[in-house]
Design a protein around this ligand. Structure first.
Ligand SMILES: [Zn+2]
Ligand SMILES: [Zn+2]
Ligand SMILES: [Zn+2]
Ligand SMILES: [Zn+2]
Ligand SMILES: [Zn+2]
Length: 249
């Protein structure tokens, strides 16, 4: 009987079983159990578990993040909202923000590690180890190289500088000054926030402009046409009748 129960469900009494995902009792009849596991709420909770490093095994709920077994009374949603768990998640997300580190396989309980895409490396999932990785010089260097083409930065002829196409200035080509330009330079940040605001949900891509040094245009995927890549022309394009009509289709 035990082995027949679906994921997350344990025997409770002669007449009932308990779903640990949802924290509810269900009458012990295959039909009721099936109805429950096919329900939207149950599926939603399973999804929450996969986003929060919680897994069911040997009849118990384990939170990998908090390294503890959840009590039978603890529902998944209750645990996720608890201070310990929520604070840990927030710290983790904060730490990997903008670092090209993927938490998904870890949170889905598929791996014990998180994955750094720019270094192509797995890191054991603890705040300390991730922090160390994020501060590592090799990682900073990889991040810088990844960000250059997303920020319109191109190698200059002299090899010691990079050219910012957006700001039309040269910057020393080292991790500190490149990241400083991307994260702190007001003109640079302003250009991106203005353009990104304008193209938000407009299906306009500035990637061709940013990744090719001599490309002057952004591309509108809706109208299949080039637009000069500056705030003024993009603004008039996204407000043009031709563009807006494409959305009506
Ligand atoms: Zn359930
Ligand atoms: Zn937890
Ligand atoms: Zn890395
Ligand atoms: Zn710039
Ligand atoms: Zn358009």
């Amino acid at each position: 009987m035990k082995t027949d129960l679906p994921y997350g469900i344990i025997a409770s009494s002669k007449t009932r079983v308990r779903c640990l995902c949802c924290g509810v009792y269900i009458p012990k009849a295959n039909k009721c159990i099936e109805q429950h596991t096919n329900g939207a709420k149950h599926k939603e909770n399973i999804e929450l578990m996969n986003e929060n490093a919680i897994r069911f095994s040997n009849g118990k709920m384990h939170c990998k993040l908090c390294k503890r077994v959840l009590s039978e009374e603890d529902s998944v949603t209750y645990h996720i909202e608890s201070d310990d768990h929520a604070n840990f998640m927030a710290a983790l997300e904060d730490l990997v923000d903008g670092e090209f580190i993927s938490l998904d396989p870890y949170l889905a309980c598929e791996k014990d590690e998180v994955h750094c895409e720019v270094c192509n490396k797995n890191i054991y999932c603890s705040l300390k180890q991730i922090q160390e990785h994020v501060n590592d010089l090799y990682h900073r260097f990889q991040i810088t190289e990844r960000l250059k083409p997303l920020n319109g930065l191109f190698p200059a002829a002299n090899n010691t500088e990079v050219w910012c196409k957006v700001c039309k200035i040269y910057i020393q080509d080292n991790v500190l000054s490149v990241l400083d330009h991307i994260d702190e330079d007001e003109e640079h940040i302003e250009w991106f926030s203005e353009i990104e605001d304008l193209i938000d949900n407009q299906d306009v891509s500035i990637e061709p402009y940013l990744t090719n040094e001599h490309e002057a245009y952004a591309f509108c995927n809706r109208c299949q046409m080039d637009i000069v890549c500056n705030a003024q022309s993009i603004q008039s394009h996204v407000h043009s009748e031709a563009h807006l009509n494409q959305f009506g289709l």
